[in-house]
Design a protein around this ligand. Structure first.
Ligand SMILES: [Zn+2]
Length: 322
């Protein structure tokens, strides 16, 4: 039974931001912070399998790829890394890259890394606030400058860097070739309204990612049977025993989380582990009498059909959801 107010860890990155941007300001003494990681407080016995972060960029990140579970385990690592991004804010012209704009042979790939042309062969596309991007393991990807992104990912630090914009960090071209789909990705899922309050953003074999919009003054139970992260993007609420506002996160597991929404409503991201798609009754409204009101869109497809729709096709996919 766990409901915890997450602590944050600011991580310096060469492409980060000094001072951050509200509400993700960082106390960084002039150091460029690129990541704000949410962690369980204290000394938890085990780390959550999902890692929630905010990425703050003033320059593009490296072009990179992550291994899947099978490859990671073949070299002694616990897991690969599938990730998904929600664009919290984007400057005009901000962009991300997902996949390549052509299929490449290993030889062509190596050449393009060597002469730097890979930076124009990745498929850049503009993003704006509220966009969602799914990045399955094996997808070559990059995040451009001037973005604030909320990322949910498998807890893994295994990154194979392909191109680093002239920064002098090590590249891992052969490892990247071993795990990457060196070709275009297919546009896939779009956001799917599950109820008036819940929108499914991404569902894969590692996690479900949703956006919640809860009306002012309402009260809810969130069933957090699995490992669950809740990140507030706007508004105020009393969650568990904590008052939360923009930029705060709650970690919960094997528990029922009480949410009392403040006067401005609440917008939040919800991520939870496991296969099988979104949990149908994860969010239940509490009526005045204090009992859950099982108001729910019963027309929602069974979770299995979500899984088929959003995880089929292996890694050959790009998901940009607008
Ligand atoms: Zn990545």
């Amino acid at each position: 039974m766990t409901i915890e107010f997450a602590r944050t860890v600011s991580v310096p990155r060469p492409w980060g931001v000094v001072g951050g941007s509200f509400p993700f300001t960082t106390d960084d003494d002039g150091v460029a912070i690129g990541e704000i990681r949410y962690e369980r407080p204290g000394q938890p016995v085990s780390e959550p399998s999902l890692l929630l972060k905010i990425l703050l960029t003033s320059q593009p990140l490296s072009i990179q790829v992550h291994p899947d579970d099978a490859y990671a385990q073949s070299i002694g690592l616990p897991s690969g890394k599938t990730e998904a991004w929600y664009v919290v804010s984007a400057a005009a012209g901000a962009k991300v890259a997902i996949g390549l704009n052509q299929q490449m042979t290993p030889e062509h790939f190596r050449e393009s890394v060597q002469d730097g042309s890979i930076s124009t062969i990745v498929a850049w596309q503009p993003v704006s606030t509220g966009d969602v991007v799914s990045v399955p393991a094996g997808t070559i990807h990059a995040i451009g400058a001037d973005l604030v992104i909320a990322e949910i990912q498998q807890r893994s630090d295994t990154t194979y860097r392909i191109f680093d914009h002239g920064r002098k960090r090590e590249l891992h071209v052969e490892s990247a070739l071993a795990v990457a789909n060196a070709g275009p990705m297919v546009v896939q899922a779009r956001p799917l309204a599950l109820t008036d309050e819940r929108t499914l953003l991404v569902s894969n074999t590692h996690f479900v990612f949703e956006r919640l919009r809860l009306a002012s003054g309402t009260a809810w139970w969130l069933e957090a049977a699995r490992e669950t992260w809740l990140l507030v993007l706007g508004g105020l609420a009393h969650v568990g025993s904590s008052d939360v506002t923009t930029g705060d996160a709650i970690f919960a597991q094997s528990d029922r989380v009480n949410i009392n929404v403040g006067p401005d409503g609440l917008i939040a991201l919800l991520a939870y582990s496991g296969v099988g798609g979104p949990i149908p009754h994860a969010l239940q409204r509490i009526t005045q009498a204090g009992s859950p009101d099982l108001k729910f869109d019963e027309t929602m497809p069974e979770p299995s059909s979500f899984t088929a729709a959003t995880t089929g096709g292996g890694n050959q996919r790009k998901e940009i959801i607008r």
